[in-house]
Design a protein around this ligand. Structure first.
Ligand SMILES: C[S@@+](CC[C@H](N)C(=O)[O-])C[C@H]1O[C@@H](n2cnc3c(N)ncnc32)[C@H](O)[C@@H]1O
Length: 304
């Protein structure tokens, strides 16, 4: 019989290796390219319905696995993240998608040769010696719950191997083609959020899904993130006529405060709830306890 921890971890994954077709994509769009903790693909439709009816360029400055970007499939977009190996994956999706498929297949082949655990360890060592997109691609798909986590003392990725089987190269290849199509109009940049958001002009839309400063500082090497700096940047975007939508984890939010940081008066015009599932991080921490009353209630703060 499987242990509780293993059962819970398997529940985090959709049955992913079902046959996929680039022609007939399921609706709503749930096919993922990457596995990433904090992925917003399931909530994307509920988020998108609050977007303005018309906007010019779409910006996603905390890209991660691009859950909202993939569902929205905008005509013109700038997608960015501060985590360079992650951005290398997205850039490869557009500069040479066949190479991206090859990178995944090459590492997946190690599973057949060495077994999953040893294959994962080999790729992890290679990544930690020299962080790079090709290794990260395989690691995020094969690691425990997509939780790409780094040790504080030396910055090494420390996530153990997952109990699931990573998707096959064929399945990954189809995902690549689908995501390549859906992000045709997107430029992928390695940028801090402020540098990306400063490029937005009047009539553009920015969707922000930042790391939450208390629970997620060691994830994604996100030490550079500061909520007050994000509020300053949103303030200047709003003044230029840019629409900004900010996702926040409702459990970290009460009244006009977010994680003990005051939200500047008058910055947001309204707030909305979004239907969400359960928090992955919480599920790991709870280890076997009931999850019923731990549903995460995400909110959106909107500047318009
Ligand atoms: C909560 S995740 C975004 C998840 C994404 N919505 C998805 O669907 O996968 C937050 C992202 O912000 C990035 N990040 C952290 N600090 C940043 C910064 N200062 N500038 C830009 N991106 C940053 C992290 O690398 C991470 O990918």
């Amino acid at each position: 019989m499987r242990s509780t921890a293993i059962r819970q971890q398997l529940e985090l994954f959709e049955p992913e290796d079902l046959p996929l077709s680039i022609m007939a994509q399921p609706k709503p769009f749930r096919t993922q390219l990457l596995k990433w903790v904090g992925n917003k693909q399931k909530q994307a439709d509920s988020i998108i319905k609050f977007f303005p009816k018309q906007f010019d360029t779409y910006f996603e400055p905390f890209l991660g696995s691009g859950g909202v970007l993939g569902v929205l499939a905008p005509e013109k977009a700038v997608a960015s993240d501060i985590f360079e190996p992650l951005v290398q994956i997205w850039q490869m999706l557009h500069s040479d998608k066949e190479e991206l498929k090859r990178q995944y297949a090459e590492r997946y082949a190690l599973i057949v040769q060495l077994g999953k655990k040893a294959a994962y360890a080999k790729v992890l060592t290679s990544y930690n010696q020299e962080p790079n997109g090709a290794d990260l691609l395989f690691l995020c798909r094969a690691c425990y719950g997509g939780v790409v986590r780094f040790r504080k003392n030396d910055g090494f990725m420390s996530t153990p191997v997952g109990v699931h089987d990573p998707v096959s190269p064929d399945s990954f290849g189809i995902r690549t083609d689908i995501w390549h199509n859906r992000t045709r109009g997107t430029r992928f940049l390695h940028l801090d959020f402020a540098a990306a958001m400063n490029q937005a002009k009047c009539g553009d839309l920015i969707y922000c899904d930042p790391p939450y400063s208390d629970s997620q500082t060691i994830l994604y090497g996100a030490q550079a993130f500061s909520l007050p700096r994000l509020f300053d940047t949103i303030t200047s975007c709003k003044a230029r006529g840019v629409y900004v939508v900010l996702s926040i984890d409702g459990t970290k939010y009460s009244g006009r405060k977010l994680c003990d940081i005051a939200i500047p008066e008058g910055l947001f015009e309204r707030e909305e709830f979004v239907s969400v599932g359960r928090s992955m991080l919480k599920r790991f921490q709870m280890d076997g306890k009931t999850l019923e009353d731990h549903e995460v209630r995400d909110r959106l703060l909107l500047t318009f």
